[in-house]
Ligand binder design. Structure first.
Ligand code: 13P
Length: 614
């Protein structure tokens, strides 16, 4: 068994939950609120207080749970049978203040220098973790020790805020076989593992991670310590870089306050994700482009026009108006929207169907190039429709076969984002767990393929409006679907900052007697999104789903009124933007200008609904 000697400070982390306790603040004559927490190490009987060991005890726990023989230098601390045993261990207090979704921390006492005692048995590794405060003479003593004990290797997690140019720190960096940091290194080094707020990077591999709902449980400091020790433990055990990063991510994803996982659990967890990371890491350089496009798509004040009806859907639309369903009419119909004045002012992007993406505008350019010249980004629907599960009336979305090749072609044609729709109908037996799980897995696989092709995925799980369910049921089902979807996206290492969610608003079904008011829709939708959508996501866009034209606008207005949100939020309607134009056009190009006017009016009304009016 390999041994690791940890250098770091053990802390006692006292979690103080401040929510709902605002009334206990005292207000001074300047109107500033104060809360006396009595930081004397003994009085901290505060609401919902939890206190756990932190700092170096986390490195000890993680490395021990990886099966390594770990100990903390200069202390009798051990990790035995799932317990951190800290008798006679010097600890310093940290107070973690939790308010709503945010945590911050206070160190009430001066940082103490970390103690170093040269070990009697030479360890295989010395690990200076980010809780350590290393005095120059300790650095010298460690280097002297390493000179004597030639087989001992050094790993150094240099914490944020430590001066990388101080002589003794530079000496340690030069000596280290593995360097971990949560701030960029001033000097590039190949043996460096970077932990950023959104990803972990090592040897050209990149894994995305998030604290999500654990925000009030884990501070960044604790999370970074967990990641650092996990990557190190995995590398010591001979895992390759991708596997080491995935194990670290899984450890954060599974961890609870003061409790990480055993290696065997983590290994089971990541088995299925491994090749995805290998695949996406080869494309790592395009991530910046993807994130920039995603941001542009949900730019403030603009929405996305969905004009991607498949052959079957457009046929129904035209048939209802007695419009011939041929290629020319389909082209002319789409041309109306693309040539509408001010389109680029109110629309960041347009979603096309394959046929339209290959058609040309009046000026002879492809529609994609024409839209690009107008400053509008083209996207493409890439799913190939819904099919029934075997022996079931529930459906899944097909189209993964050959998807990578198609995406490559679409990128070359100029498309920069894609859409994939999964649909869930509400009946007495659906949506079932099975249908949710399967569709979310498929959506995540699609998203991976998109990002590998430098295309922003719009993932669209739609709870179909046509049903007789209540708004409460919608809250439950949409929440469940989103939880499952984001679990799958994270498992497959999808970069959420380069991904957009397209979703139904949360409202009662169309056939439900008690219809939801716009205020109810706004509140419920905002609540579900806040509770189930990770902050890292680039944006959320809504489908109109069969709501009337004005209903879709009024409801959007009320969602906006419940903002602000951590992600961009906007509309991505098909019917609610197009229907008045279709009625005006009637298949006759003499009516094209009136149709453009009707579309422009809906665009402006919905863009206006993106500004709060209450
Ligand atoms: P609706 O706005 O008509 O629901 O269409 C949006 C869409 O793109 C569905 O996939």
């Amino acid at each position: 068994m390999q041994s690791v000697l940890i250098l770091g400070n053990v802390t006692k982390d006292v979690y103080l939950r401040l929510d709902n306790r605002i009334n206990n603040f005292e207000t001074d004559q300047n109107g500033v609120k104060w809360l006396d927490l009595g930081f004397n190490g003994s009085v901290h009987n505060y609401y919902n207080r939890v206190s756990i060991y932190g700092g170096a005890s986390i490195s000890l726990e993680v490395l021990s749970r990886f099966g390594l023989n770990a100990s903390i230098s200069g202390t009798p601390a051990t990790f035995l049978d799932g317990q951190f045993i800290a008798k006679d261990v010097h600890t310093t207090y940290r107070y973690i203040l939790c308010q709503n979704e945010n945590t911050s921390h206070i160190n009430p006492s001066e940082a103490t220098y970390t103690t170093w005692e040269a070990p009697i048995n030479n360890p295989d590794w010395i690990y200076i973790d980010s809780s350590a405060v290393i005095a120059p003479k300790t650095a010298t003593a460690i280097c002297d020790y390493l000179n004597l004990s030639q087989n001992t290797k050094l790993a150094f997690f240099i914490g944020k805020g430590i001066n990388q140019n101080a002589n003794h720190i530079r000496e340690l960096l030069d000596r280290a076989s593995i360097i971990i940091s949560d701030a960029p290194l001033e000097q590039k080094r190949d043996n460096h593992i970077l932990i950023s707020g959104s990803h972990i990077e090592y040897m050209g591999r990149r894994v995305f991670w998030t604290l999500d709902n654990k925000r009030d449980l884990l501070t960044r400091f604790t999370a970074h310590l967990t990641i650092g020790a996990s990557v190190l433990g995995a590398l010591i055990l001979g895992k390759d870089p991708s596997e080491a990063l995935l194990l670290a991510r899984a450890n954060i994803q599974n961890s609870k306050l003061s409790s990480t996982s055993n290696l065997s659990t983590l290994e089971r967890d990541i088995a299925d994700d491994y090749y995805r990371v290998e695949k996406s890491s080869k494309q790592g350089n395009n991530m910046l482009e993807i994130e920039a496009v995603a941001k542009q798509l949900v730019a403030p004040g603009k929405g996305i026009l969905a004009a991607d009806e498949s052959g079957g859907s457009i046929h129904k639309k035209f048939e209802s108006m007695n419009i011939p369903d041929d290629e020319q009419h389909r082209r002319d119909y789409r041309n109306i929207f693309f040539t509408t004045p001010d389109l680029e002012k109110y629309a960041s992007g347009v979603i096309l169907f394959d046929e339209t993406a290959r058609q040309v505008a009046d000026d002879g350019k492809t529609f994609i190039d024409y839209l690009k010249d107008r400053g509008v980004i083209s996207g493409i629907k890439v799913d190939q429709g819904l099919v029934n599960f075997e022996n079931s009336d529930e459906k899944y979305t097909q189209g993964l076969d050959g998807l990578s090749d198609r995406l490559k072609e679409y990128y070359e044609m100029g498309a920069r984002f894609a859409k994939w729709r999964a649909a869930f109908e509400v009946t007495d037996h659906s949506p079932s767990e099975m249908a949710i799980q399967k569709n979310c897995e498929i959506l995540a696989n699609y998203a991976v393929d998109c990002q590998a092709a430098s295309i922003v995925p719009i993932v669209e799980p739609e709870l179909v409006y046509d049903g007789d369910y209540t708004i409460e049921q919608n809250i439950e089902y949409t929440g469940k679907i989103l939880d499952c979807l984001f679990d799958e996206l994270k498992k497959k290492n999808v970069n959420l900052a380069g991904c957009i969610l397209k979703v139904n608003m949360v409202l009662a079904g169309k056939r439900q007697e008690k219809q939801s008011t716009p205020e109810e829709v706004g509140r419920a939708t905002a609540q579900v999104l806040r509770e189930h959508v990770p902050r890292e996501l680039a944006g959320v866009v809504f489908l109109s789903g069969g709501q009337s034209v004005t209903q879709a606008t009024d409801n959007l207005q009320e969602v906006t009124n419940c903002g602000p949100f951590p992600w961009g939020v906007t509309f991505s309607y098909a019917r609610a933007l197009q229907d008045p134009a279709l009625k005006a056009w009637q298949g006759n190009n003499d009516n094209a200008d009136i149709a453009r006017g009707a579309f422009r009016e809906r665009l402006i009304a919905n863009a206006n609904a993106l500004k709060a009016n209450k």
